[in-house]
Design a protein around this ligand. Structure first.
Ligand code: UT7
Length: 356
């Protein structure tokens, strides 16, 4: 008898309400569309209007994934949300989504694995299904990065296309201190429905996950932590310590090394070969990172999927959004072997393998 395991039954995503092309970012800091496109591949991103929370985006993506799976919200027996940008410091987003869905008091869980949130969360869902803890899990990756951006109210009006009046030189200088980071990120949520199956030909096959905290300062948010008393201060805001610190080159190097390693590792664990993989869906941090991973793995252009050009880096949401696009466009078909991989703050990284 085949052991019950998990497979994806449906997917969906939503973005922030406002499309922001690179040109708008050039109006508030010293950057150019060409720099952003050449160094990262990004052409545009979406930001939410102030007042929209990560749980709202998560809810939108959840409704779409549920409809796609043909599941009623009331059938869901567990909610898992991967996010590093919750509505509130606590509680997390999963219980807010549970309440907004208007379903019963099912358990809900937040995980904080940043850009590897999807591969980590997928393992959590798969393990719950295999252990018989749950049968129909709603798993969402959702982020609102615009809250990290240190722009003034007027700066935001310019970014969002509501004003063309230039920001002051002082503000431009301030914003430019963070330009290597602010141009990369967008707001969005992607969701999948992970359910139980006993079909031996389909489902999640395995994982290769890792962490190494020794270099956490290459990518972290220095403020709003309980190492400080109080955990949040005016000084932190004045110094812009609520904006992530990112040593881009370090992160880049880690990503192009660790993601291919993890793909090889998960394939070996599942006794499969790189040639068997129909499609790799990597976390979308930078098109140049994806190209580096593609080169390391010697994959043709038709065996890797990228969409960072249109959304920027949406952290835990990138892979479910890309997966949904691949499913709906027919790029992922039943029987295909699909690999996912990601690396992010922590550092955490890893890969997952699935037979569609
Ligand atoms: O999902 C995990 C999250 N983060 C990442 O994955 C980030 C990974 N790293 C990267 O994507 C890249 O390292 C970046 C896109 C962040 C930067 O690209 P880079 O090719 O590594 O550039 P760099 O940091 O070495 O900077 C090159 C130059 C510098 O100027 P100088 O010192 O050569 O005069 C920067 O000051 O580019 C400058 N620069 C910019 N110029 C225009 C940095 N950001 C910008 C910008 N616009 N937005």
């Amino acid at each position: 008898m085949v052991q019950a395991h998990s497979r994806i039954y449906g997917s969906g995503f939503v973005t922030g309400e406002v499309l922001v092309p690179n040109e708008r970012m050039t109006m508030i800091c010293d950057t150019t569309s060409e720099w952003i496109r050449e160094r990262s591949g990004i052409e545009q991103r979406y930001f939410v209007n102030e007042g929209t929370g990560t749980s709202d985006l998560a809810l939108g993506a959840a409704h779409k994934a549920l409809a796609n799976a043909g599941w009623q919200a009331s059938e869901v027996d567990y909610i898992v949300v991967a996010t590093m940008t919750p509505d509130y410091y606590f509680p997390g987003v999963a219980s807010l989504v549970q309440a907004k869905l208007g379903i019963g008091n099912v358990p809900s869980l937040d995980i904080r694995q940043q850009c590897s949130g999807f591969v980590y969360g997928l393992q959590v869902c798969d393990a719950f299904i295999r252990a018989g803890v749950a049968k129909k899990i709603l798993f969402i990756g959702a982020e609102i990065h615009s809250g990290f951006m240190p722009f003034s109210k007027h700066g935001w009006d310019v970014v969002m296309g509501r004003s063309n009046e230039p920001v002051t030189q002082e503000e431009r200088d301030w914003n430019s201190k963070f330009r290597h980071l602010t141009v990369l990120f967008g707001d969005a949520a992607g969701a999948i429905c992970v359910g139980t199956t006993d079909d031996p030909k389909r489902g999640i096959l395995g994982f290769a996950l890792h962490s190494d905290g020794k270099d956490f300062e290459s990518l972290y948010v220095p403020s709003a932590g309980f190492k400080y008393r109080p955990y949040y201060s005016e000084e932190h805001i004045r110094e812009g310590r609520f904006v992530p610190v990112m040593e881009g080159r370090n992160v880049f190097k880690m990503a192009v090394t660790k993601m291919p390693e993890a793909v090889h590792e998960v394939l070996a664990k599942c006794e499969l070969k790189l040639d068997d993989v129909n499609l790799l869906i990597p976390h979308q941090a930078n098109l140049r990172i994806s190209e580096g991973v593609q080169k390391q793995l010697k994959l043709g252009d038709d065996r890797i999927y990228n969409n960072i050009q249109r959304y920027g880096n949406t952290t835990a949401a990138t892979i479910p959004i890309a997966y949904d696009e691949c499913k709906k466009s027919g790029k992922v078909k039943q029987g295909d072997l699909v690999a996912f991989c990601g690396l992010g703050a922590g550092f955490h990284w890893g890969a997952a393998l699935m037979r569609e």
